[in-house]
Every structure is written in C-alpha cells, then in structure tokens.
Design a protein around this ligand. Structure first.
Ligand code: 5GP
Ligand code: ZN
Length: 114
C-alpha cells in the first residue's frame, strides 16, 4: 500500500470505489469518469506503477481477472464489444501511477476508440 495512491486507497477501502469484482490479488471498480457505461478499471491489490513493474504472477492474475470480467461487463451493459487497454507510463497518458487496465464497453457506431 502506498499512502498517497488513490487506487491503493480504494483497494484498502479507505475511499469509496464501486467494486464490481474482487480476487485474492485484484480488484475491479467502475471508473469515476466513464468513457462509456460500465467503464471499469482492473488493478492489482499491490502497488506497481507499470506493467513491467508487476511480478509475473501478479500480471497473470490481472489478465485472468480481465478474462473473466470482459464478457461479464459486455453482457451487463449489452455492449457489442470492448476496448481493453493500459496507458503504460506518463507519456502514454497514465495519470494514476498504479497499473490499471481499462475495460471500455463499445457499441456499434459509437464512433469512439483510442
Ligand atoms: P489513466 O489515464 O491513468 O490510464 O486512467 C486513470 C483513470 O482513473 C481515469 O479514467 C479516471 O477517470 C480514473 N480515476 C481517477 N481517479 C479516480 C478515482 O478516485 N476513482 C475512480 N473510480 N476512478 C478514478
Ligand atoms: Zn497504489
């Protein structure tokens, strides 16, 4: 836990997060500023800044959580597809320095995309 990290604080229950999925090592919660209904962030419970900073077992757990969640989220919001990705590092637009995967539900003709 890193005290000044908002995602560590959500994981610890110190600030509210709308948690949609939890495993021993990961938490998924709704994005506070969603790009689409159901926009969800998946994070490891341990603090690592980037993908490369995660130990391999943690990276596997994050991907396993995505594997379980993506179809569930798509079906929950009746999406046609989803954009799944990581902004990995500040130059790529990463604003919160606790690695997180975005699951952004997509709808035919929504015109969005990274
Ligand atoms: P990044 O640009 O780092 O890839 O994405 C950070 C994401 O975290 C943004 O989509 C932003 O809306 C979301 N976010 C920032 N602060 C909070 C927060 O306190 N709670 C939640 N649920 N999401 C947050
Ligand atoms: Zn953190």
């Amino acid at each position: 836990m890193t005290d000044d990290c908002i995602f560590c604080q959500i994981v610890a229950g110190e600030i509210p997060g709308r948690i949609v999925h939890e495993t021993e090592t990961t938490v998924a919660f709704l994005d506070a500023n969603p790009l689409a209904p159901g926009h969800t962030l998946v994070v490891p419970k341990t603090h690592h800044e980037t993908i490369g900073d995660m130990p391999a077992d943690v990276a596997r757990d994050v991907f396993a959580a995505l594997h379980e969640l993506v179809p569930r989220i798509e079906s929950a919001v009746d999406a046609d597809a989803s954009t799944v990705g990581f902004n990995n590092g500040t130059a790529a637009g990463q604003e919160v320095p606790h690695v997180h995967g975005h699951v952004i539900p997509r709808f035919e003709g929504d015109g969005g995309g990274p």
